[in-house]
Design a protein around this ligand. Sequence first.
Ligand SMILES: Nc1ncnc2c1ncn2[C@@H]1O[C@H](COP(=O)(O)OP(=O)(O)OP(=O)(O)O)[C@@H](O)[C@H]1O
Length: 590
Amino acid sequence: MLKESFFEKLTSYMGNKKSLLITSLLLSAISSILGLLPFIFLWLIIKELFKTQPVFDDVFVYAWSTLGTAILSMILYFLSLTCSHLAAFRVEVGMRKVGMRKIINMPLGFFDSRETGKIRKIIDDNTSQTHLFLAHQLPDLASSIISPIIILILMFVIDWKMGLISLIPILLGVITMSFMMTEEGENFRKKYMDHLENMSSEAVEYVRGMPVVKTFGQSVYAFTRFVDSIVKYKEIVSAYTIMWQKPMAFYMIVMHSAAFFLIPFSIFSINENNLMLILNNFIFYLLIAPNFTLLFMRSMYFQNAMSLAKQSLERFDNILDYPQMVFPTNNITPSQFDIEFKNVSFSYKDTDHNAIEDISFRIKEGETLALVGSSGGGKTTIARLLARFWDIQSGEILIGGHNITTLSKKVLMENIALVFQNTKLFNLSIKENIIYGKPNASKEEIARSIDLSQSRDIIEKCPDGLNTRIGKNGIYLSGGEQQRIALARAILKDAPIIILDEATSFADPENEYLIQQALFELSKNKTTLMIAHRLNTVQKADKILVLDKGKIIQEGTHDELISREGLYKTMWMEYQQSIDWKLENTGDEK
Ligand SMILES: Nc1ncnc2c1ncn2[C@@H]1O[C@H](COP(=O)(O)OP(=O)(O)OP(=O)(O)O)[C@@H](O)[C@H]1O
């Protein structure tokens, strides 16, 4: 049943090329039958040669047949491998396509809580593992079933006693193996895969964090998690190897001990009447018994490879087994863009507390609402919930009177522009980055967005102007410059709702001033939800919400809030002090 669902799953990734898999299996089955014929011919050759007057013409026929069937078997095996490789590529491509499709449809929050590098690594590793199994091991499936059966029949037909004797090593091997194939062994294998996966993910993380390590002058060991993952991997591999060391050595010895049992048996069986027959059979069994052992072992390796491939497929399914967000496919478009949160509570997956609790507020169309408050207060969560990064557990979020869950993905995304602190610019030209949200923008529209976002000076200093490539093989922009290009993109998109998350946090004073200007232009006449740690950016907001531990503890305009005792006033005074302190220090330096 398990095997069935495994193969069913595999073939589901092959589209209309399932026949490749069947052809590969069929060819390998014929190849393995042909591969056994040389043994029969060899037996016949020996039999003929042991006759008092051998017929050499027959011997030649048998010899050519041996060669012919061996070559034919190899050719068919090669063709089987070709088919299995083609099938493997199909499956790998299919899996990657399914992976990409699922990732595209994941809720935005999925990317927020997971390292995209790690996801890619898991998809890469598991699709490759499945590919390797299909391409290289699958053809062995037929031979690992058919060949042992045929050899077994042959061994019993030619001389059942010697056949039985030849099976003693296998019997001993199976007994040894049954002691080795314990639940502990299976757990080890699972742990091995877990640790391998963990080490790969930590390696990705390690490379990503390299700049931080270097700037802080830390050694490789600063990445204790990566080091730990290597140590744990080493420990599990060592323990696994030690566990298998002795039984495996014993297993290998007994599996190759056919001669040890065949020689005494043959000596004791010989008499003057059967000398030639026993000698003939003895040579035959000496040749065929190791082959049977080899095939038996191959089928064990096949089982092992299949179990690994099965686990890879499960891991692949698990990583993508994340609740997909369902968007309606209607054409509802809000006619105006005020925003309302009604008693919204939300907790992140696998946490036992609400990140925000019973939040209610309203932003009138064209107004700006600022979120401030202590760290972890829930500002980012509120901003992201408005863009439907996750679905809330209770309450309602409305845009223009429509619950956001009733709006199609297209409508929701078209009407919201997000500017986050870790702005992502693509390795494309500046122009392509700016027109990302509006590919058919006119020259005038692009020029306007560049001017309003204060990005003109960036473009002027670039060698190819708007066509200059950003990032690899291009130019590098400072954090503040990247922010301004991102703002040009948001301005050009001209969405009626703007979500800003700490948009000036990267910038130096000069850039900050320019970004402030750009933000002002961006949010002009737009319904804006803004998060800022620097309180100077929120002073002009129509309303400020002060959040603490997921709850609104104060609300009002800047003037109203500083006239009252409370967290906002304390934050404002601390902010003022920090400015005075900065000015004093600058004065001292002078
Ligand atoms: N992806 C996540 N998974 C689980 N919990 C999260 C996640 N993101 C945030 N939280 C938790 O939700 C709460 C609110 O976090 P949030 O990031 O919204 O606060 P914030 O006010 O934006 O904080 P800061 O000003 O430090 O950015 C915190 O307790 C935080 O630990």
